[in-house]
Design a protein around this ligand. Structure first.
Ligand SMILES: CC(C)(COP(=O)(O)OP(=O)(O)OC[C@H]1O[C@@H](n2cnc3c(N)ncnc32)[C@H](O)[C@@H]1OP(=O)(O)O)[C@@H](O)C(=O)NCCC(=O)NCCSC(=O)C[C@H](O)C(=O)O
Ligand SMILES: [Mg+2]
Length: 287
């Protein structure tokens, strides 16, 4: 983790779900070029495999080998028969965050914080209508550091149709993003289910990046390269950022506050964005 010390600058381009019950996938992930892993005990694990999955996952985390990849454990809901047992077994596991599914309110986050009894960062799945409507109070919880869009559950709850432009989902996605940004919380987009459709995935990643998401949740290794590419600053963005910073420093020396690059104005706020782009590019390069 040495290269990435600032949680705000570390990349979250590719966040891969791995069923906590699948030893082979848990092992494979040690060599996959993902920025983060969600070790899943919830929807990817069948009820009869849930208890064994806790031990399988605990053993994999103890063995280590996940390098710089952020390690997030998605437990079952605390209102399910398995949530409390997941926390009891894994609260001292070698991981970086716990992810709570179907969070409806800040009280749900607090319930997990109380059970953990430590300062482990908590991430929330935003995938219910109440979770979306309460996103601001959830993001404000002091132990909450990340949001993950649960677009499958959201579609089910909204009774909406799947559309390539995700129009029925847009209010929910933008509400959670707004809340995340208001409180400095990481925001990761939902999964693209047709994992062999690279063009469709690319279009959805580009849309997620346009909206402001930090990265995309993934379900299969074949999706990693596309997500990493779409959520990395492009060469053109890096080049423009450098030229904006140089141009702004130049006009500042003459006492002015506005530069012009490629026919567009550059003010202090644009320079802040440019610096963020360069910091992210450098963080990615150091991986
Ligand atoms: C979708 C899959 C069931 C496909 O599995 P499979 O047919 O076994 O895939 P492949 O044969 O193509 O696998 C090739 C190799 O890659 C490894 N693999 C596959 N998936 C993963 C993975 N997710 N992480 C790591 N490694 C993986 C296989 O082991 C093969 O390895 P090898 O044998 O060494 O060559 C499967 O991909 C899968 O189970 N994916 C995860 C599904 C999942 O996690 N679902 C839950 C999360 S989605 C969700 O709940 C979102 C949210 O809550 C919402 O509401 O939207
Ligand atoms: Mg879900």
């Amino acid at each position: 983790m040495d290269a990435i010390t600032d949680a705000k600058v570390r990349p979250y381009r590719s966040v891969l779900y791995i069923p906590g019950s699948k030893e082979r996938a848990l092992d494979k992930a040690r060599s996959l070029p993902v920025d983060a892993i969600i070790f899943d005990l919830e929807d990817a694990v069948t009820p009869d495999a849930k208890e064994a999955a806790r031990d399988t996952l605990n053993a994999a985390l103890s063995m280590g080998g996940y390098g710089d990849r952020m390690r997030i454990i998605r437990i079952n809901g605390l209102d399910s028969p398995w949530g409390a047992g997941d926390v009891a077994t894994l609260k001292d596991a070698d991981c970086d965050a716990f992810l709570l599914p179907k969070v409806n309110s800040a009280a749900d986050v607090q319930a997990l914080a109380d059970m953990l009894g430590n300062d482990m960062p908590i991430w929330a799945m935003i995938e219910t209508p109440l979770g979306v409507l309460n996103a601001l109070e959830i993001a404000a919880h002091p132990q909450l550091t990340g949001f993950v869009a649960g677009t499958n559950d959201l579609a089910k709850e909204l009774n909406c149709r799947a559309r390539a432009d995700r129009l029925p989902m847009m209010l929910a996605l933008q509400t959670m993003l707004m809340a995340a940004r208001a409180h400095g919380v990481i925001a990761i987009d939902g999964v693209y289910n047709q994992y062999q459709d690279t063009d469709g995935l690319r279009a959805e990643c580009e849309q997620g990046r346009d909206l402001g998401f930090d990265g995309k949740t993934l379900i299969h290794p074949a999706q990693i390269d596309v997500a990493n590419e779409c959520f990395s600053p492009s060469e053109a963005e890096i080049d423009l950022a450098k030229r904006q910073i140089e141009a702004f420093e130049e006009v500042e020396r003459t006492g002015q506050g506005v530069a012009v690059v490629d026919g567009k104005i550059v003010e202090n706020l644009h320079v802040e964005t440019a610096k963020k782009i360069l910091a992210m590019a450098s963080s990615i390069a150091s991986l």
